[in-house]
Design a protein around this ligand. Sequence first.
Ligand code: SF4
Ligand code: SF4
Length: 684
Amino acid sequence: MITAGLAIGGLGLLAGVGLAIASKVFYVYIDPKVEELEEALPGANCGGCGMPGCSAAAQAIVLGKLAPNCCVGGGPEVHARVAEILGVEVEEREPQIAHIGCRYSVQEADLKYIYDGVDDCRAAVLLAGGPKECPIGCIGLGSCVKACPFEALSMGDDGLPVVDEHLCTGCGTCVRTCPKGIIALTSVTDRILGEYTTDECTAPCQRTCPAGINIPEQIRQTALGNYREALRIIKERNPLPMVCGRICPHPCEFECRRNLHDEPVAINYLKRFVADHERQSGERIELFKAPDTGKRLAVVGGGAEGLSTACFLARLGHSPTIFEAMPELGGLLRKAIAESRLPRDVIDWDINGILELGVEARTGQVLGRDFTIAGLLEQDYQAVILATGGWDAILMRNSGLEQPVPGLYLLLPLSLALAQGTQVQLGKRVVIVGGGEMALDLARKCRGIGAESVDIIFERPQAQLGLSDSDLAKMAEESVSLHFQTTLTRLLGEENRLTHLALTTVPSGNGTARPVRSKESLIAADTIIAAIGRLPEMIFVRVPTGEDEGSPIRWRTISPYHHVPRPVRQEVFTSVDTVTDYRSVVEAIGAGRRAAASTHLFLTGKEVLPPPHMITPDTDVLDVSRLVALQPAAPRQKMPERPAEELVDPSLEIELGLTEEMALTEAARCLNCGLICYLRSRYH
Ligand code: SF4
Ligand code: SF4
């Protein structure tokens, strides 16, 4: 008995000593902050921060791998507590909310088959992608609802998930669960930056709108009498709704699906109605602005494009200043459109709304005369955005030959000036971009007045340019170098001088492929002569030159991404015209938002590229070619006009706007279209 007791005691002692040694050898230090953070985090293990759970997140925060505000499930209070534990300041982030991108349930949509299997969307999708004809339609079995750790989702009566915005923390569990990819986390900033893609449910009208307004939702809110909400949706994409509501050529209406039945919905009249409603109320709707980034940006041009650029920069949290050559903002809107179509107080109301967002404006400021790009960059503007919109660079100024952008001349005015014997200092190295045979003549002239080297860049291959052998021989005699299938990607300079150009080859084929960045080459240049009609859209940014005080300002350009049929081209000029979206006010507005988005992408360290699968005017998108089960035709509302006898005063507006009753009747005509779904018999 005693022996047994001693043996057990001995074993116990041995085990104790072993454990004591093991605890020393295998000791793992746990930072007390990790434990404190684990306490502070919500414990939902939602994975929204990218970690498998809150414990892993706590460790990653302490190791500096995650930011103090990484916890999407916790919100501002948790962020503040985490920052307190770490002893740091925390920047608040804009909340993200789940958005359901499908509007028609299985009950309403076209089906391939009736699904009667396991009650899980991920199981249903295994059979031919799910029962719906629409490849991106909600299956409706609620896997997202079951997965949400915060009970922020429920299934609505219409068979689609509904998000409770107060409960949604933006953790993204539903996004990761949905097998159809129809849920996205969005913030206002995301929606301002966003482009429609082929992966989303979009209506024909919104895809066609150059500003990209969510038209079905705008009209749905109007039909519900939520006029301010309708206007808020418009202003996410269009900061000039009163102006646009009067003069927009409304390409959306040409694509309106209702054309297949009777007449298009009067989308633009409805836009004007809600915009006028705001003004008549005298109280502007409050627009979201992202937290202040502290970045100052200069926008050159105070027309529709510049105003749009500045507005969206302000909404993205930056501090823009507009530099406008004319005494007032508004550009062509003010100068070229009759007051009876676009009253000046309407322009003022929209522009004042933009200025109230914190946009500064300096008028009477001419680029190249009163300020320079290098000068603005020296004043700590993080970027200078050339957003000159529809102003023709030549016609709208007094002098015939200007060089507002360092080293840049436009081909036509320069040719005219040289023909008239004007003395022009071109420097030693001249590069001509585009211009066909005119470029050859100009190249000879440039050589004649002292240019030591002249290069001509053609985007197209030699065979497509129609240049004869004798043309080429003459160029060789003059030591003019021709570069075919080459395009310009960037301008680089120092102070107010152009120093280099970056070129790249255009791949063979249809010319729509993205120039290969790795093959970009630099050539020295003092002057660039562009065969374009107006100043190109460019973003100028400073190139770091080290810490030396007084070192010269060096700069380079970035091209904003575009929505034109050639969406991925990144070059500065094409041989025909500037790469621009501008043809009407609404296209200038769209181009301005994309210029702001491009600048924002650059400033946040991202590549300036449109999102993959962006819908452009050339994209084939799933659609329907005929409508079924619709009620009889419902005529489109006619715009009331001022009686002819009152039109003696040219300042009086001709079109008077829809009445509320007319607007509601018109809004009810909308089919609330999706890709292939639409209201079949529920509308009247
Ligand atoms: S959103 Fe996705 S997960 Fe949720 S019910 Fe629809 S298909 Fe299923
Ligand atoms: S019916 Fe409505 S949602 Fe459909 S295309 Fe026309 S305006 Fe857009």
